[in-house]
Design a protein around this ligand. Structure first.
Ligand code: ADP
Length: 592
């Protein structure tokens, strides 16, 4: 019931509307309950006419008119409540999704490192559906079920004690059996949900990496993996269904048995003249109506159980501790530092509290406007330094300063508002060139976009695309070449024009011709900016003011490219590899 309490707490903004709808449905069910009485009085009147000619057809006609009015009002209320229900449902869906989405933005990066996006999405969809179903059940069933039970049992008691008592006894037995069956169902449901999350997560990953899957001919194992998990899901479902229907059979059978017994007592009492024909018809109708609150109660229990298991992961995610604030408004430029500097002071870091130290007491200063290159073997910790500069993670010890203001006192938004990025992987959205270039910028003019494209040497190829600025580039820019994707990323960074620029292997997937064109664009972009470059190709970092050499999480060297080249160490070693690699290449060909 923990999750149910959370659902109720979460739905508070819609609480008043929910109660209003519940009351509407209650009035409707009261009207429905009045119908048997009209029939009772009509039958009584006919019986009076048949036995001693004292009936009055006018009364019968009036009663029928009354019945028509009740049915009409009931239909109007029904349409109103349905419309109102749709209104609440759509608001609830929006509210739950917005709450979830805004919370996801505040979660630590660590969470995204270990979760699959398809799985998160599946948990969101299921959570929202089960909460929505629960709320629908609450508004449509809870109040009417309570009212119908009390009303029907009360009337049955009024006409006959034994009948009323039997009707009353059905409730605890029926509810106990429903509770037992839904509890068993819920345990299996959680196992099923877990497997379904894994499957959907995998399918979404496979679709995202379809080139890799096809390239490695992995369709068959991928298909089999999903099929095998779904077979397990079906096994669980079979068990669930067998248990449910078995218990349901006993539940329904015992209900029918008691209802037949009540009917028998009713006929017997009518036979003996203790009940009138009209009263007998009334009781038979009420017995029939008794099924409604009983079914409603078992349905309520089922929905509670479904909401409990279906919303589990939704609330697990909602309960995760926020690490950063979500700000829907951008920081005004006037609040930003125009010429920032960066300072790492004895920074150590590990991704996992139990894992290895990835950075070990790293200290360096980058004055404003300087270009610094991070160099080191793969896995040395270069990207980790960038991750810390972006405040994706917190250092385990030590401090990072932006203009001598500690990161500990600066918001994530403030830090990142100073930074533009060009990623190693081509991080683009499956939308138009225009939206990708102006990403995160709000309203921008075509002139600004075109100017950025020109500076990044991307204008010509964009103009050749069908649709030009409105050309769709496919998921992660799949319709563009590697070099083109990077030039779009560079245009995006130029648009943003932040005082700190981070280039993660920005020129690695460009051919030599575009590389030189890009290099001049980057030099323009880097002017007067604090720039940090991770580049394996040393030709691209020769103009850096400072090179920081990282080895196994430690800063092992620092200096200008010329200084470091002269010293023994990782930098000169890597430089030599590259030069000798190129020499070997040159030696293979007889160039003139
Ligand atoms: P580089 O950029 O120099 O190639 P990284 O900073 O990416 O190196 O990685 C440094 C170390 O941190 C590596 O051992 C890598 O396996 C580990 N690492 C990188 N990212 C993560 C992560 N998200 N979670 C756990 N370990 C990571």
């Amino acid at each position: 019931m923990k999750n149910i309490q959370k659902i109720i707490a979460l739905s508070k903004p819609l609480c008043a509307l929910t109660w209003l709808l519940s009351l509407l449905v209650l009035v409707m069910s009261i009207l429905q309950q009045a119908q048997p009485f009209f029939i009772k009085f009509i039958v009584d009147n006919i019986q009076l006419q048949l036995t001693n000619q004292q009936g009055n057809f006018k009364t019968v006609a009036y009663l029928m008119l009354g019945l028509l009015v009740v049915n009409l009002v009931s239909s109007i209320l029904n349409s109103l409540s349905m419309r109102f229900g749709d209104y609440i449902n759509s608001r609830l869906r929006r509210y739950l999704t917005e709450e979830f989405y805004s919370h996801v933005f505040t979660l630590p990066q660590k969470y995204f490192d270990s979760e699959i996006s398809g799985k998160i999405l599946n948990q969101l969809v299921r959570g929202i559906q089960s909460i929505q179903d629960f709320m629908g059940m609450f508004t449509n069933f809870v109040l009417p079920a309570i009212f119908q039970s009390i009303f029907t049992v009360g009337i049955l008691f009024y006409y006959s004690g034994p009948i009323g008592l039997l009707a009353l006894l059905i409730f605890p037995a029926y509810i106990y059996m429903s509770h037992y069956s839904t509890k068993k169902w819920g345990v299996e449901e959680m196992k099923k949900n877990r497997l379904e999350d894994i499957t959907r997560g995998r399918i979404s990953e496979v679709i995202g990496n379809i080139r890799l899957v096809r390239g490695f001919m992995a369709q068959a194992p991928e298909w089999k993996l999903v099929s095998k998990t779904l077979a397990k899901v079906n096994q669980i479902y079979d068990r669930q269904s067998t248990t449910y229907h078995l218990i349901n059979f006993f539940r329904e059978f015992s209900l029918e048995l008691v209802l037949i017994l009540i009917s028998l007592i009713t006929f017997n009492q009518t036979f003996k003249g203790q009940l009138s024909l009209g009263e007998m018809v009334l009781i038979l109708q009420l017995i029939n109506l008794l099924r409604r609150p009983l079914f409603a109660m078992s349905f309520i229990l089922e929905r509670i159980q479904a909401a409990e298991s279906g919303s589990k992961e939704y609330f697990t995610i909602m309960d995760l501790k926020e690490e950063e604030k979500l700000n829907l408004l951008a920081l005004p430029k006037s609040k930003l530092i125009s010429r920032p500097s960066l300072h790492f002071d004895q920074v150590s870091f590990r991704y996992d509290t139990t894992g290895n130290e990835v950075l070990k007491k790293i200290s360096f200063k980058i004055p404003s406007g300087q270009t610094v290159a991070l160099v080191g073997h793969s896995g040395a910790g270069k990207s980790t330094i960038i991750n810390l500069i972006l405040k994706f993670y917190q250092p385990a010890s030590g401090r990072i300063y932006l203009n001598e203001r500690s990161y500990n006192h600066l918001s994530h938004q403030f830090v990142r508002s100073h930074i533009s990025l060009v990623f190693q992987d081509n991080e683009l959205f499956s939308t138009t060139i225009r939206e990708n270039v102006s990403y995160g910028m709000g309203k921008t003019s075509d002139q600004q976009i075109i100017s950025a494209l020109k500076k990044a040497n991307a204008y010509d190829f964009v103009m050749d695309l069908p649709g030009k600025l409105d050309a769709q580039i496919g998921e992660r820019g799949v319709k563009l070449s590697g070099g083109q994707k990077q030039r779009i990323q560079i245009s995006r960074a130029i648009m943003r024009n932040s005082p700190i620029l981070i280039l993660d292997e920005a020129t690695s997937s460009l051919d030599s011709k575009s590389e030189s064109a890009i290099q001049s664009a980057l030099e323009y972009l880097m002017k007067n900016k604090l720039t940090i470059i991770i580049a394996h190709r040393f030709s691209t970092i020769q103009s850096a003011d400072q090179i920081l050499v990282i080895d196994q999480g430690k800063l092992v060297g620092c200096g200008t490219p010329a200084e470091l080249a002269k010293q023994p160490g990782v930098y000169s070693e890597l430089l030599r590899y590259q030069i000798s690699g190129n020499e070997k290449l040159l030696a293979k060909y007889d160039l003139h």
